[in-house]
Design a protein around this ligand. Sequence first.
Ligand code: AMP
Length: 466
Amino acid sequence: MQTQTEQLLEKKMSFESFGLRPEILRAVAEKKYTIPTPIQEKAIPLVLAGKDLVGCAQTGTGKTAAFALPILHRLQGTPWKGAGRRPIRVLVLTPTRELASQIAESFGAYGKHTTLKHATVFGGVNQGPQAQALRRGIDILVATPGRLLDLMSQGLVQLRTVETFVLDEADRMLDMGFIHDIRRVIDQLPAKRQTLFFSATMPREIQGLADTILRDPVRVAVTPVATPAEAVEQRVHYVEKSEKIKLLKHLLDGPAIKNALVFTRTKHGADAVTRQLERYQVRAEAIHGNKSQNAREKALASFKRGATRVLVATDIAARGLDIVDLSHVVNFDLPNEPESYVHRIGRTGRAGASGIALSFCSFDERPFLADIERLIRKHLPVAEDSTYRSGYGAGTPTDLDPRHAHGAGALSQVHPGMPGHQGKHDASGTRPDGRPGRSRRESKWTPGFGASKPAARHSEHRRAEW
Ligand code: AMP
């Protein structure tokens, strides 16, 4: 017998309690979701109530269902009754092709028992099938900005009828230089609409964009980006560049790694690691922006199937990848932006599963490690496996107190003369070694929302990577 409290708890925590339509609840049950994730619990009632929303949540928190379920509910409850082909009533804008495909797949799965139709448009592939789907008429359009604008300019997409606009991964959009494209798209949307705005981080620029496109929004924040999933066990290997591939091979030879997503900083690096792994007879494939859409989808599918054991990716290509059952994330190169570390390791340990994140840190990457440790506010344990350990020994523990990081004293915890460290806090925005650093403007931060420190953004560098 359940107690009254248990019954109440159960009621509160179920998808039924949102009052979603039965055809949607059926699809949710088929996906085997029983308990809404925190972002779903918070956002679904607000979206159902027609509110504008700023959601500070990264991929992996269940945010797609948080907006897709209430959207599907509303559309299905108010079907288009006009003559002619159905108008686009929902537009979801997302930065990458992979994310667009995944979001569309989710709309397909959650809406499979509804009569609603959706389509996806993104660049890098022939527009023919996309144009055809648009001509047939769809309720929901999931798009990346460039291709959407192309199709709009050809008169194939009309946005006048959009009732709900979802801007997904807004911070990434800005990083990738999409701000003008986004504004051009928004100009074509009706002023009276519901807007749902999602971003993993909320730096000032993103906040500014949100302020201009949302009306009286409700804010919902879950698992700030500075907090990696609890379920992810993290370790650092101090290893020099030339030994990294051998260490990776050594670890792959052991039984612990079932499958691994390996991150490199550059596309070139991803290809090189893949080639070397193949030489070692490890089944590996690379995904990055130089690969065709088809090649990337095939590589991802083969990895998900288990046919490929290692997927090597750059940050942007891997952004938002939804890989259930990923045992390890390996940071072959440490990211130069600490937030990317959190995004990367969030690919494992999803939905309550456990996962392991291994970071390979060479001598010149130690400042990046310090940045990461300050962001997540803890020291990464050093891996016990000492094979291929760096000749420089382990690093001195990072001073996690960010107050110290503003003066010269901040350097006491890293090797003096470490390239590129001190300049990070140089208001000129340039590191002593001439590399771009964090600018004064970027160092302003809106406290209390999202991550705990400003994001160092090097958009031009990132775009070059993609
Ligand atoms: P997302 O953040 O939307 O990319 O979702 C991350 C992953 O969580 C996807 O694999 C979803 O299928 C899964 N997911 C979403 N909502 C739930 C839920 N309530 N229970 C279990 N898994 C979920």
